[in-house]
Design a binder for this molecule. Structure first.
Ligand code: PLP
Length: 411
């Protein structure tokens, strides 16, 4: 094996040896750089950057972002619990999502979060009722659907009329007026989030352009909004896509917001963590099928769902000093589904025992992992310079089965 392939200063082969595979490997430096790039690009606007926890909610990763001054965008009570355990600041935490339960709303209110991004009128009523019971006022913003096409994969596009997300643009004014009629709400902002893995800047700018006249109408009606939240969604390079330029985005936003006294909030997830992580896996077998070759590895769709779910591309790099010749193959896992693949029709040189790096697996990888086929979820390791440490141990079978075992009866 060679040690020329490294995460920061640590060879992948050493990490595989120590922690086993499959294992997610994260670079702390890449996270820091991604966060500071946002801060620099937007420095004129001093936004509150709220890392979207669902991209990767590992407690040590949240703690790192908190230490950089990040706030958090959460979509469940469970994610709020993660933020609190990691030492994140609830006063910098915003709660998004279409299905907030009563218990989640109460939990968030008692922890004094910064804002609820409300997605429907029934949700407004529910939050108002719970805030009333607790004798408080819930800070809210409305998530308005600007009806722009984010031009991304349909499963991760959220700003169109046909999506379940947000309040329709045409109903926005009425929704704000309704919110103002409810006694236990404190209306502080306006929010949108049009989709994920956006490769083009124009839909993001278009969304803001559509929202500004609405804000002006609200101001004329006496609403005093304190912030506008433009959501997340900036794409990253997985393969050869071009991605929005952050400074260009920032200057377009600054130009549009000039003269308005609105604090900017952003909710990036993927663009803060996606390129900071990789999934390290070992080749189990090379199988020559009748029509195709398969590189069968020990990671599977339960560790990285994106290829199966969105036909997403992840680069795959052999980080062993392999003696194999190149051939064309699908890289697949052990799961009993034809949809269980990490890559299709790749030219690759690999033999059994080689270590492969599935690249750009920091976001929506470990956070979407499942136990399908009774597979234990993989370990997670954080690398910082020459140092590395486990930030989530590999799950073991006794943990995985304990709950069910405790329910077993003899008949
Ligand atoms: C998922 C999500 C984000 C983060 O999206 P990225 O594409 O990872 O930046 C931000 N806001 C909301 C409301 C989300 O649902």
């Amino acid at each position: 094996m060679t040690d020329s392939f490294k995460c920061e200063q640590v060879p992948y082969c050493a990490l595989a040896e120590q922690y086993g595979t499959p294992v997610y490997i994260y670079s702390q430096q890449v996270m820091t750089d991604a966060f500071t790039q946002y801060q620099h690009a937007f420095s004129a606007l001093q936004p509150l950057i709220c890392y979207a926890v669902k991209a990767n909610g590992n407690l040590s990763i949240l703690r790192h972002f908190a230490s950089l001054g990040s706030g958090f965008d959460i979509v469940s009570g469970g994610e709020l619990q993660r933020v609190l355990l990691a030492g994140g600041d609830p006063a910098k935490t915003i709660f998004s999502g279409v299905g907030k339960s009563k218990a989640e709303i109460e939990f968030a209110l008692t922890n004094n979060i910064l804002c609820f991004n409300v997605e429907s009128l029934p949700e407004l009523e529910r939050i108002n009722t719970i805030a009333g019971k607790l004798g408080t006022h819930a800070p809210i913003s409305l998530r308005i659907n600007p009806n722009v096409d984010a031009r991304t994969h349909p499963y991760i596009s959220t700003g169109l009329k046909a999506n379940k997300f947000g309040i329709a643009y045409a109903e926005a004014l009425a929704a704000y007026q309704y919110a103002a009629s409810l006694p236990n709400l404190n209306i502080i902002g306006l929010d949108c989030h049009i989709g994920s893995q956006l490769t083009d800047l124009s839909p993001l700018v278009e969304a803001l352009e559509r929202l500004l006249p609405l804000i002006d109408q609200l101001t004329a009606l006496g609403f005093q909004l304190k912030h506008i939240d433009l959501g997340g969604g900036i794409g990253i390079v997985y393969h050869n896509e071009s991605v929005p330029d952050l400074p260009a985005y920032a200057s377009a936003v600054a130009k549009l917001l000039a003269g308005r006294n609105l604090k900017l909030m952003l909710e990036p997830g993927r663009s803060l963590i996606g390129n900071a992580g990789d999934l390290l896996t070992t080749v189990e077998y090379i199988k020559q099928g009748e029509e195709k070759n398969f590189v069968i590895v020990d990671a599977a769709m339960n560790d990285l769902m994106r290829p199966s779910l969105y036909q997403a591309y992840h680069g795959i790099l052999n980080v062993s000093e392999t003696t194999a010749d190149e051939f064309v193959a699908d890289v697949v896992g052990p799961i009993c589904e034809s949809g269980d693949f990490l890559a299709k029709d790749r030219t690759i040189a690999a033999k059994a025992g080689d270590l492969l790096l599935v690249q750009c697996a920091g976001a929506y990888a470990s956070s979407m992992a499942s136990n399908y086929n009774t597979r234990c979820r993989a370990a997670e390791v954080l690398v910082n310079g020459t140092e590395h440490r486990l930030i989530r141990p590999r799950e073991n079978l006794s943990e995985l089965l304990a709950n069910e075992q405790s329910c077993l009866r003899t008949i």
